[in-house]
Design a protein around this ligand. Structure first.
Ligand code: HEM
Length: 228
């Protein structure tokens, strides 16, 4: 994007290659870990099946962990940019929660809060809150996973038990949020959906950026060109 010469028919680079690789591998391993974990814990498999599935769970867990570490180490600028965008809570971010982005009115005809949605940055208030939770949970599940696997000798019984419950129920609760909120809301903007998932460039249309993230477009893309 060439600074202020940007025109509405330009496409805007929103997702760089590291963002896309991290997000895709994270999402795929997340669900594979969920299914293997739920199978062993809740479905009462035979010893042999449980052992094989746990082995798969551990290998997936290692890929899941190294995916996060690789993103932080190999693309610290992208990790910092996402984190900073999530941590910037200005007045418009808070005001997003007055009508939850207008979604209750739009989808359930509930006249909740003002009609107008205040202009949002790279992420809206709901995305900021949920992405902070997701990133925190990805890190916490990786740490507790390794601790449950190889840290048992150094953790007391009680710590081990609580880590185990956190690992199981934290991942399930977070998965419910991902399935019931993150994925349906992500599908509302096919531009963003295709941008982060397709194999080609992580671009979105000018219109999508203007509609979903006008402050990001105006401040970070056009004016200061933070999003190079
Ligand atoms: C099939 C499952 C998933 C789909 C379809 C999906 C879709 C998307 C889309 C379209 C975005 C871009 C939103 C935007 O920039 O406005 C996004 C961003 C994000 N998603 Fe997912 N997602 C999935 C799974 C997950 C999972 C399992 C997690 C973690 C628990 C996750 C965490 C995030 C985070 C942290 C971001 C912000 C990253 C960035 O902007 O580069 N997603 N997702």
């Amino acid at each position: 994007m060439s600074n202020t010469n940007a025109a509405p028919n330009d496409r805007i680079l929103r997702f760089h290659a590291p963002d896309k690789v991290f997000h895709s591998l994270n999402a795929i391993t997340w669900f594979a870990l969920l299914f293997t974990g739920v199978y062993v814990y809740f479905c009462n498999p035979s010893d042999e099946a449980a052992e094989m599935t746990m082995l798969a769970h551990l290998i997936l867990g290692a890929i899941f962990t190294f995916n996060l570490l690789a993103f932080i180490v190999l693309a610290p600028d992208r990790f910092a940019l996402i984190l900073r965008a999530c941590l910037e809570w200005d007045r418009n971010t808070i005001y997003w929660f007055r009508n939850f982005g207008g979604y209750p009115r739009r989808f359930f005809k509930i006249p909740f809060g003002p009609v107008e949605v205040p202009p949002q940055g790279r992420y809206n208030g709901g995305q900021k809150a949920s992405y902070l939770l997701f990133i925190g949970m990805v890190a916490a599940l990786a740490v507790t996973g390794w601790m449950l696997w190889i840290g048992a000798p150094v953790t007391g019984k009680l710590v081990y038990k609580w880590m185990f419950y956190f690992h199981v129920w934290g991942s399930i609760i977070c998965s419910v949020l991902v399935v019931c909120a993150h994925i349906p809301l992500a599908l509302l903007s096919m531009e963003h959906f295709k941008g982060i998932w397709r194999l080609g460039p992580g671009t979105i249309s000018w219109e999508a950026a203007e509609h979903h993230a006008p402050t990001w477009l105006e401040r970070d893309v056009i004016r200061t060109n933070i999003e190079k």
